[in-house]
Write a protein that binds this ligand. Structure first.
Ligand SMILES: [Zn+2]
Length: 128
């Protein structure tokens, strides 16, 4: 069992860092922590809701969870994954253009992990 946890302020600072990098400063993106029970699907640790018309998004992350043996959770990757969903708000949703849902999710995950790996987490932790 392995969890890489980060303070909420650091995760919010990371989102703001990505907003600057991806020129999304006209967006209001909030990170909120919610009880585990909020997600009815047992595997979900985060989700996002995007209102492109008002350039607003809310990323919800589970505040704490019990993990099964062998399951790893890195909040940095989880939050980056959701940021990519917000970033790709105008990309057609899976199904509409024939793209399988799993392929879309895998792509978002790969981009998210790349973004998380390139983020100066130590710097963001010092500022927050
Ligand atoms: Zn996803």
């Amino acid at each position: 069992m392995s969890i890489v946890n980060y303070k909420p302020e650091v995760l919010q600072a990371a989102v703001y860092y990505w907003q600057r990098r991806f020129r999304m400063l006209d967006w209001d993106i909030a990170v909120i922590f919610v009880p585990r029970e909020t997600f009815h699907d047992g595997d979900t640790v985060a989700d996002s809701n995007t209102d492109s018309r008002h350039r607003q998004a809310v990323i919800r992350v589970t505040e704490r969870m019990e993990l099964d043996e062998g399951f790893e959770l890195d909040y940095r990757n989880a939050i980056a994954h959701e940021f990519v969903h917000v970033l790709l708000w105008d990309v057609p949703r899976p199904g509409k253009d024939g793209t399988p849902q799993w392929l879309f999710e895998q792509t978002v995950e790969t981009i998210g992990r790349g973004i998380a790996a390139l983020t100066p987490w130590d710097e963001l932790s010092e500022v927050s």
